[in-house]
Design a protein around this ligand. Structure first.
Ligand SMILES: [Zn+2]
Length: 313
């Protein structure tokens, strides 16, 4: 019997925007399973056997062992090298924001159907193993949500998560290289200019490729999630059509988090217990005015779109 088809919820963002915390949070609800940045499951998971969010190397984790048994007859039932190489194209699409929406859609649909079939088998198998109706994928490649939204045989929703680019750039540029590498981000961008351009390209690509998806997409600002996690969680439950209750997770300004089987993401994914939500606003005081101006100049048109001020104190 085929596994039931879950709703796939993407947390789409540019990185350094609170997505690790958010995906772990929604993964606490009964029937919701967060798997982290699933795009890395082939390279970091099957090939390199890096640690799952539960702390066990992926190939020894009982959860992933069952997922691959169920979906593919075992870890060796699917060619991980070929999958990793095939999705490599996807990494290059971060800059697709420079193209029009038609071009993005065309490129998305041109992705080999067989590769998407493997992905969909994986989603179904994750849902069946976790007894979940909702699978949360925080893969950071902006075309992936559009590809999955275009599939008639799958129900998908997207939270487009945005953070003030000055905060994102500050956090990224000052991350220790090993922490950035551990977070699957590779080397931090070589310059402020590069980091700001990355933010811009990612959000333009997301905006354009998700245009027309209507009520299947919502925008959420990191700052709003941090200010009122309960309200943000309520909106996300509404997007999915679920009656999941934020009060199950939120306790004042803190979140009750247990371990999840995330394949890849920020090292914070290993923290458990009551985690206090704090907005990282250090950039406001510590970022040089010239750097703020540069980021503002590069990201200006999209800043207004997401409701961020052009001038900062
Ligand atoms: Zn695990």
């Amino acid at each position: 019997m085929a596994a039931p088809t879950p709703i796939v919820l993407f947390l789409a963002t540019s990185g350094r925007s609170g997505s690790t915390l958010l995906e772990r949070t929604v993964g606490q609800w009964d029937g919701w399973c967060s798997v982290g940045e699933l795009s890395w499951v082939w390279e970091k998971g099957l090939i390199e056997d890096q640690r799952c969010g539960c702390g066990t190397p992926l190939r020894s984790c009982p959860f992933w062992t069952e997922v691959f048994e169920r979906g593919f007859g075992g870890f060796d039932g699917v060619d991980a090298e070929a999958q990793a190489a095939g999705w490599e194209d996807e990494r290059l699409t971060r800059n697709l924001g420079v193209f029009g929406p038609a071009r993005i859609r065309e490129r998305a649909l041109a992705t080999k159907a067989s590769r998407l079939d493997v992905l969909i088998t994986l989603y179904r198998s994750i849902a069946a193993t976790a007894a979940a109706d909702v699978v949360v994928d925080s893969s950071k490649f902006p075309l992936r949500p559009a590809m999955v939204l275009a599939r008639p045989d799958l129900s998908a929703r997207v939270v487009h998560l945005v953070r003030d680019p000055r905060g994102m750039v500050f956090s990224w540029r000052r991350a220790k290289p090993e922490a950035a590498a551990d977070a699957g981000e590779g080397l931090a961008p070589a310059s402020t200019w590069h980091a700001a351009a990355w933010w811009l390209a990612t959000h333009v690509a997301l905006d354009r490729s998700l245009r027309g998806a209507g009520e299947r997409v919502m925008q959420l600002r990191y700052e709003d999630f941090v200010a009122d996690p309960g309200a943000a969680l309520g909106s996300i439950a509404g997007l999915v059509g679920s009656d999941a209750d934020p009060a199950d997770i939120v306790e004042g300004r803190a979140l009750r988090l247990g371990p999840t089987h995330t394949v890849w993401g920020n090292p914070d994914r290993h923290r458990s217990g009551l985690v206090e939500v704090r907005s990282d606003e250090r950039w406001r005081a510590e970022m040089p005015a010239s750097e703020k101006r540069l980021v503002t100049a590069i990201t200006g048109p999209m800043l207004r779109r997401y409701g961020y001020p052009l001038h900062t104190a």
